[in-house]
Design a protein around this ligand. Structure first.
Ligand SMILES: *[C@@H]1O[C@H](CO)[C@@H](O)[C@H](O)[C@H]1NC(C)=O
Ligand SMILES: *[C@@H]1O[C@H](CO)[C@@H](O)[C@H](O)[C@H]1NC(C)=O
Ligand SMILES: CC(=O)N[C@H]1CO[C@H](CO)[C@@H](O)[C@@H]1O
Length: 391
């Protein structure tokens, strides 16, 4: 009888302890989430969609624009598996190319942008409005290869870059068709509905580029364009040997700035935007931030151009708890220190809450929880055993 009472007591005690523990863990996480939300991006992965839409040799610079950005996002850490590259023409193999198999963006021809290390996902006639919209909204039939899909989720930050020939509220694809500003806005709305992104950084270099983002209505999008309505976008310089313009001004100054940063940079979006002066670009670049809740002065460029590294939580527990307990960190002074902690933290929190499918990553809550589960089961079994023995 006595033994029976003891076993019952033991089980109750254990279950209570399990419940308290879970609540405590949740409290820490909630706290953490608040910190992260108020300052840093919650994203856990980065993607880039880079699109050149024009054809023909004299549009060499559009290909060079997009290949330059391809090189940059790779350098800053986005893997090829998370870059969708759409190249509307193959200028590297154009018979008029005096340097077959190469693409340069600079007249000193220092860097061959084409090289061996390039993975084109859509080329030539595959670069269509339909494919681009399908890519964004992920509407494919089941046979479509995974490598050609934008496999993003609600924790993805996406950098989308487009270049080609455009006009007021349209961008031409292949000289054959065009995508309208409303089509693009609706595609982003579908993406938001389907939880396909956390934040989008949209950049477009074309004539009258700013008209392309003016109809966006979905949240968490920051957009920049190279020129206003009724304004052309200008090329930067030509290469006498190649015989055509090799890069556009807007993209040139974007790259010039991005070349200065590395994976650990603390540079923010507003610093890049400061390069977009009339003196540099010779047109009026536009910046749209009203859909974007974070202040661009606090948004790291690496939130879009870098890549979140996988986090092994066990080693970072101290930092994580530090961030959770110091909510009023000064966000205007995002010394690597604090912002790094919170960044790390954001990933952990997001992973804990969302990406249970990612089994390789230990999460803050999984470890203690599973331990608690095992403990509970063992104790209950012991209790039952004792009960039976007592009987
Ligand atoms: C964004 O942050 C900067 C620097 O902290 C500040 O000067 C600016 O007023 C802020 N802008 C808005 C809209 O809050
Ligand atoms: C890191 O943050 C702590 C707490 O705010 C501060 O005392 C320390 O000086 C910081 N270290 C650096 C290198 O900024
Ligand atoms: C605010 C801040 O920490 N700024 C630093 C960003 O990085 C540069 C160079 O890496 C430093 O010089 C700044 O002090």
């Amino acid at each position: 009888m006595n033994l029976r009472l003891w076993s019952l007591l033991l089980s109750v005690l254990c279950v209570t302890q399990f419940i308290t523990r879970t609540t405590a863990d949740e409290e820490v996480l909630e706290n953490a989430e608040r910190v992260v939300k108020s300052t840093n991006s919650r994203h856990t992965n980065n993607w880039a969609v880079l699109v050149s839409t024009s054809k023909f040799w004299f549009n060499y610079r559009h290909m060079a624009n997009v290949l330059s950005l391809y090189r940059t996002v790779k350098r800053l850490g986005i893997p090829d598996s998370q870059i969708i590259l759409m190249l509307s023409d193959d200028i590297a193999c154009n018979p008029r190319n005096a340097f077959p198999g190469t693409v340069f963006n600079n007249m000193d021809q220092a860097i061959d942008l084409y090289g061996d290390q390039i993975e084109v996902d859509y080329r030539g006639y595959e670069v269509t409005v339909e494919n681009f919209i399908r890519l964004l909204t992920d509407r494919w039939d089941e046979n479509h290869p995974r490598s050609k899909r934008l496999l993003t989720d609600e924790n993805s930050n996406i950098f989308i870059y487009m270049t080609g020939h455009g006009g007021n509220e349209f961008l031409k694809f292949q000289d054959a068709e065009e995508i309208g500003a409303h089509d693009l806005a609706d595609a982003f709305a579908q993406m938001h509905e389907k939880k396909r992104y956390n934040e989008i950084f949209f950049m477009i270099d074309t004539c009258q580029a700013n008209s392309m983002y003016q109809h966006f209505y979905s949240p968490n999008i920051v957009a920049v364009g190279s020129s206003e309505v009724d304004e052309s976008s200008f090329s930067h310089h030509s290469d006498m040997n190649i015989g055509v313009a090799v890069i556009d001004r807007f993209t040139y100054y974007t790259l010039e700035y991005l070349e200065k940063i590395d994976k650990n940079s603390n540079a923010t979006l507003d610093k890049l935007f400061a390069e977009y002066t009339y003196e540099n670009v010779h047109s009026h670049p536009g910046i749209r931030t009203d859909l974007f809740p974070r202040n661009v002065s606090n948004v790291l460029l690496t939130d879009f151009f870098g890549n979140v590294q996988n986090v092994v939580v066990d080693q970072n527990n101290n930092d994580i708890l530090y961030a959770a307990n110091h909510e009023q960190n000064d966000i205007r002074n995002p010394a690597k220190n604090i912002s790094a902690n919170q960044d790390e933290f954001g990933r952990v929190v997001a992973k804990t809450h969302v990406s249970y499918k990612d089994d390789n990553v230990k999460t803050l809550v999984q470890v203690p929880l599973s331990r608690a589960h095992i403990l509970t089961i063992i104790t209950v079994l012991t209790g039952c055993g004792l009960w039976l023995v007592a009987k």
